[in-house]
Design a protein around this ligand. Structure first.
Ligand SMILES: N[C@@H](CCC(=O)N[C@@H](CS)C(=O)NCC(=O)O)C(=O)O
Length: 201
């Protein structure tokens, strides 16, 4: 498997899973914003020129969540996915999708309004709204973590998605002083050697 990867991106989620499963893979490294990600050869693999993208033989697949589900189903013997009839299964689905559904849209706005746009084009109202909403989205995760080590109790594939999104929010400078359970959750995730490896590729 070849993973198209950039540091501090959602590609870390996929590398993290590959490391947890000890699967062999190679990476092609980009820097976010690289011209190389906009070249036609890469756009053939990922028309939006984004990461992650995974190549597996003839197959090319993008969307971090889809890649994670693909790898776990095909090579992971469904590890990190609660049994379908368990009470954890619906909760796993919810937290798996919460990252791209609720957290990342706000983070995208914050990144655009603070990094991508030149100062004269930035919009303070959009930024303040995204910050407020992101904090609200994180409060829901905080509440969930009150009595748990991981999002659904045991470590699951939901942690690759929403756990990573929580860490990215913290790295972006969101105030976590009122989110002690998320602070300990982040520490717990960062203590996993597989995540450390994935983060520093
Ligand atoms: N929903 C997609 C989002 C992919 C995405 O936006 N990736 C970002 C990095 S985290 C990217 O490649 N950005 C480069 C750009 O926008 O030019 C996923 O989960 O894989």
């Amino acid at each position: 498997m070849l993973l198209h990867y950039a540091q501090n991106s959602r590609a870390v989620r996929v590398a993290w899973l590959l490391e947890e499963l000890s699967l062999p893979y190679t990476i092609k490294k980009y820097k976010l914003g690289d011209r190389e990600m906009r070249e036609e050869s890469y756009k053939k693999l990922n028309p939006l020129g984004r990461v992650p993208t995974l190549e597996d033989g003839e197959l090319t697949i993008s969307e971090s969540g889809a890649i994670i589900q693909y790898i776990i189903s095909k090579y992971g013997n469904n590890q990190f996915i609660p049994e379908i009839n368990s009470k954890e299964f619906p909760s796993y689905l919810q937290w798996f999708h919460y990252a791209e559904g609720m957290i990342m849209p706000q983070m995208n706005i914050i990144v655009v309004e603070t990094i991508f746009l030149p100062p004269e084009k930035r919009n303070e109202v959009n930024l303040a709204r995204a910050n407020k909403l992101l904090s609200k989205m994180l409060d829901v995760v905080e509440k969930n973590m009150e009595n748990k080590n991981y999002l659904t109790g045991e470590f699951s594939a939901a942690d690759f998605m929403t756990g990573h999104a929580v860490i990215m929010s913290k790295n972006l400078g969101i105030d976590f002083s009122d989110k002690p359970f998320l602070e300990s959750y982040i520490k717990r995730l960062l203590a996993r050697p597989a995540l450390n490896k994935a983060w520093s590729l």
